[in-house]
Ligand binder design. Structure first.
Ligand code: AMP
Length: 223
């Protein structure tokens, strides 16, 4: 299964990608995680990306395409079973991904659009805490860790992302609405887009998502 998850910041892309990875044996690849790791390590790409990430703006396509291609080629076992979240975010990135996959004779199975209203997003993100070590994601109210402030999976101290502050969240939402129409159309034209309501319990969203992907696979198989 090769999937992309699209949705506004805080729509649950990362959480659903982790669930898909664990239960469907997929490689979860998060562009935000790749970028934060590059920034943390101070690589040349990380140094160039840092100011964009801090401002909540999109990192230039050239840089994220290069980071993704490097990651993709370093993990050949993931080429057949992956779920991407946070990439692609623009049409230019979608085209670069298509070229990369074409070169390996690989096709996407579905592009899931997680639909969550803006009002819910700001509330969700202010309570979000992430694990800097294993990238697990928590929420103070909806999905608290068993031990406050500690990751259930690896025990590391949880952090609030600097770009989850309200004014940066609003900026990220503005950019989402400006750029995603084109991206959604791109995948709609290819018959790959499945909208899934992203509100409610994590498990309920997961079941909805899986059913939507399976239904699309069935329709594509018939056609
Ligand atoms: P995320 O963790 O997906 O919310 O991403 C955090 C930040 O990383 C975003 O606000 C952008 O600054 C940057 N970023 C992540 N993915 C991309 C992408 N595909 N293209 C450009 N910038 C990105």
């Amino acid at each position: 299964m090769r999937l992309i998850l699209i949705g506004p910041p805080g729509s649950g892309k990362g959480t659903q990608a982790q669930l898909l990875a664990a239960r469907q044996q997929l490689c979860a690849i998060g562009m935000g995680d790749l970028l934060r790791e590059a920034v943390r390590q101070g690589t040349p790409a990380g140094q160039q990306a840092a100011p964009y990430v801090q401002r909540g703006e999109l990192v230039p396509d050239r840089l994220v395409n290069q980071l993704f291609a490097e990651h993709f080629h370093r993990h050949p076992a993931c080429a057949h079973r992956f779920v991407l979240e946070g990439y692609p975010r623009t049409r230019a990135q979608a085209e670069a991904l298509e070229q990369l996959l074409d070169a390996e004779h690989l096709r996407l199975d579905a592009v899931v659009q997680l639909v969550v209203p803006d009002e819910d997003i700001v509330q969700r993100l202010s309570g979000r805490r992430i694990c800097p070590q294993c990238h697990a994601s928590y929420h103070l109210m909806y999905h608290p860790p068993r031990v406050p402030g500690r990751c259930d999976q690896c025990g590391a101290a949880l952090l609030q992302r600097a770009d989850d502050r309200e004014e940066i969240v609003r900026q990220r939402l503005r950019i989402y609405h400006q750029t995603y129409g084109e991206l959604l159309r791109y995948y709609q034209e290819r018959g790959l887009l499945v909208p899934v309501p992203g509100q409610g319990e994590i498990e309920a969203v997961y079941q909805r998502l899986l059913q939507a992907v399976q239904a699309l696979a069935g329709r594509r198989g018939d056609g």
